[in-house]
Design a protein around this ligand. Structure first.
Ligand code: G3P
Ligand code: MG
Length: 252
């Protein structure tokens, strides 16, 4: 695997840890990514009812835990009682919903970098961006390369820009909007994180030609990965990062 030239971010990033192999956004998933040889992971964060930053994707608990209802309506002490592993496979029973602080300790222990995606609960966009900015300034492990903070939500990215401008920001998009460049400039984003489903070659080339770093999600097949690297993507986010690790960028 060849490292991207533009930034310290490697060519392969594990999605929600290694979500194809272990329950997403848990310590087990991040550890599995490290075991596979991945150097960076992506995971999602949002706020508990009492304002703690937790690692979780959906607005609701139902799909990935034995709890019910909105994450934003549960205090951290309640979230910590939940089983976030059994839904994936019985042997992951007992995996917990991690706090961001706990996840940072795992990153430090395993020497992993991170793309932290702000996935705010409805109505908590700026609050979540400000909370993560505060937490990272206080707790990001000094030995690690600084994280990349991404979000689909401009209000959350604007809060990070205002509270912790030193962290690289990336604008997440599904289909690339016509005014993507103006949006990215406004938010001070250095990178676009685009869905591999909608991105065209022309768009990919326009992004890199304009001086932005291009990364794509969620790329689980080698052929797609090779195509996106050829189009100029410098990193790909994958549920099965092990499938992509052996692709040489020079010959993609
Ligand atoms: O950050 C890339 C990707 O995770 C964005 O979509 O829904 O998987 O968080 P999602
Ligand atoms: Mg995500």
């Amino acid at each position: 695997m060849t490292e991207s030239l533009e930034t310290a971010v490697p060519a392969v990033i594990g999605h929600r840890g290694a979500a194809g192999h272990a329950p997403e956004n848990t310590v087990a998933s991040i550890s599995r990514a490290a075991d596979l040889g991945v150097r960076w992971v992506e995971f999602d964060i949002k706020l508990s009812a009492d304002g703690e930053v937790v690692v979780f994707h959906d607005d609701k608990l139902n799909r990935t835990t034995n709890g019910r209802g909105a994450v934003a309506k549960h205090a951290l002490i309640d979230l910590r009682q939940l089983d976030a592993g059994s839904w994936f496979k019985p042997r992951f029973a007992g995996e917990r919903v991690p706090t961001l602080s706990e996840m940072l300790e795992v990153l430090a222990a395993r020497g992993l970098g991170a793309n932290i995606e702000i996935k705010p609960s409805p109505g908590r966009y700026a609050e979540t961006g400000a909370a993560i900015a505060r937490l990272l300034k206080a707790e990001w492990p000094a030995a690690l390369t600084p994280p990349v903070i991404s979000s689909f939500m401009p209000t959350s990215l604007a809060a990070v820009r205002d509270h912790a401008p030193e962290y690289e920001r990336a604008l997440l998009v599904f289909a690339l909007p016509g005014d993507w460049q103006a949006r990215a400039h406004r938010l001070g984003c250095a990178a676009l994180h685009c869905s591999q489903e909608y991105l065209t070659e022309r768009q990919a080339k326009a992004i890199t030609a304009a001086g932005f770093v291009l990364r794509c999600y969620t790329v689980n097949h080698r052929l797609t990965a090779r195509k996106l690297y050829r189009w100029g993507a410098s990193s790909l986010i994958s549920d099965y990062p092990d499938r992509l690790l052996s692709i040489e960028l020079a010959t993609a």
